[in-house]
Design a protein around this ligand. Structure first.
Ligand SMILES: [Zn+2]
Ligand SMILES: [Zn+2]
Length: 159
């Protein structure tokens, strides 16, 4: 209950901060994208926390006696599994301008917004404008700032 309360407060604070920074020139798509971006960041934060906790418990279980081992190893493995579930159920980042998922490659570079991106699914996509080589093997190694389909600015800091 206590946790939920502080959770709500932090959301409200985050909303107020977003409204203050909105005074700076920001496109409509960037403002509309903020709820999806913060949901994505919270989800990713949970994945990291649960994953680290699971990894820590699993490592610890190897150091303790056989009696204690199951009490640390099983929760550790369960937490690692949970973190993987969280990772694979990450909310999709929907572009408010065109309604398509910004997670992927199309005509625009997700990093710099330059047009003319040529997606290469197997070799890794490289942007000629900013020189960024983007891969989706195992994890996304780049931050999404622009919609790859319509080129709208989504998040100046990147998600
Ligand atoms: Zn778009
Ligand atoms: Zn680029």
């Amino acid at each position: 209950m206590k946790f939920k309360k502080s959770f709500n407060v932090s959301i409200r604070l985050g909303g107020a901060a977003a409204q203050e920074t909105a005074a700076a020139p920001a496109s409509d798509s960037a403002v509309g994208f903020q709820p999806a971006a913060s949901r994505y960041r919270r989800h990713l934060g949970r994945f990291v926390l649960v994953g680290i906790a699971g990894f820590f418990l699993s490592c610890l279980s190897l150091l303790v006696s056989d009696k204690l081992f199951p009490w640390l190893a099983y929760p550790g493995v369960a937490l690692v599994a949970l973190s993987l579930i969280i990772f694979f159920t990450l909310p999709s980042l929907i572009c408010p301008a065109c309604g398509r998922s910004a997670d992927g490659f199309d005509r625009y570079c997700p990093c710099c917004g330059a047009a003319g991106l040529e997606p290469k699914p197997f070799l890794g996509t490289r942007c000629n404008a900013c020189g960024k080589a983007m891969g989706r093997y195992k994890y996304r190694n780049y931050k999404i700032r622009f919609c790859t389909h319509c080129g709208a600015l989504l998040d100046t800091a990147g998600v």
